[in-house]
Write a protein that binds this ligand. Structure first.
Ligand SMILES: C[S@@+](CC[C@H](N)C(=O)[O-])C[C@H]1O[C@@H](n2cnc3c(N)ncnc32)[C@H](O)[C@@H]1O
Length: 267
């Protein structure tokens, strides 16, 4: 299954996570990027519009937001959620091939998407080049340690149910996220992809474990691809055993904390 299919299939649970996770972190992205009235914004990997919609409200009727994502299902939710906003355009595309706009964007924001792009550094340089000179690039990624205890418990439960690691359910993908998951590494990386005047900050976010949160997180994210190859009874076992495994490990909260950075186009 490709990324588009994974996120399409994740639609309902992804949307269910919006009030506790995506919308709060999306607001943090907009707080850092400070879109101003009349500005033109690209939201790269926009999902259901958690950062695109508040940006559209901030830029107002004289500004615009191009919200781009691979997943038509997530875009459909985004369009419905932003129905009252006339200045945001949701588009299905690979953002690494997005042509940009004449004159460049004032702001490009990318929340929890940059580490999915096939060559993260090249792709980020490409996004920075879509800015007008002096325009801002904002990136949000998971902070080191975020989702770690959850992921470890999940992997163990899937391995147990699938009769050993790698027997069937695939291991969750390791991504490039680990290279840019601290304030220092994210800041240095932003310089390396063509930004100046870099600022970074952390947004802590922890949510109490509940059966509902746990299962929405599994099905509403890339974690769901580890269930490929399990039958319905095995998936049900994972659903039942995961909260118990978290409790056994003393994990009472899921850590969704993020690091965010902003820089201006340097050249
Ligand atoms: C974890 S979600 C984050 C969505 C949203 N930014 C948010 O914070 O709620 C990652 C998103 O990146 C999108 N994505 C991954 N690769 C992409 C690409 N090459 N072009 C456009 N979107 C992409 C996925 O479809 C998915 O919606």
């Amino acid at each position: 299954m490709g990324l588009r299919e994974v996120f399409d299939a994740a639609r309902d649970e992804f949307a269910a996570l919006a009030p506790v996770v995506w919308d709060r972190l999306g607001q943090a992205v907009v707080d850092l990027g400070e879109p101003a009235p009349g500005e033109h914004v690209l939201d790269a990997c926009c999902g259901i519009g958690s950062s695109a919609a508040p940006a559209a409200r901030a830029v107002g009727p004289d500004g615009s937001v191009d919200a781009v994502d691979l997943s038509p299902e997530l875009l459909g939710v985004g369009r419905r959620r932003a129905a009252g906003l006339g200045n945001v355009r949701f588009a299905q595309a690979d953002v690494t091939a997005w042509p940009g706009r004449d004159g460049g964007y004032d702001l490009v924001q990318c929340a929890f998407g940059v580490f999915f792009l096939p060559d993260m550094d090249d792709a980020a340089r490409g996004l920075v080049r879509l800015l007008r000179p002096g325009g801002r690039f904002v990136v949000a990624v998971w902070r080191s340690g975020a989702l770690e205890e959850f992921g470890a418990a999940y992997r163990d439960v899937v391995a147990r149910v699938a009769d050993g690691p790698g027997a069937r359910g695939q291991a969750p993908q390791r991504s490039e996220a680990g290279r840019i998951n601290t304030e220092d590494s994210l800041g240095t990386w932003l310089w390396s992809v063509g930004c100046a005047d870099v600022k970074v900050r952390t947004r802590g976010l922890r949510e109490p474990v509940s059966d509902e949160l746990v299962w929405n997180l599994v099905l509403g994210s890339g974690f769901r691809s580890s269930l490929d190859g399990l039958d319905a009874a095995e998936v049900e076992r994972v659903r039942v055993e995961l909260p118990a495994e978290l409790a056994r490990r003393g994990v009472a909260e899921v850590d969704f904390s993020a690091v965010l950075g902003v820089g201006t186009r340097a050249d």
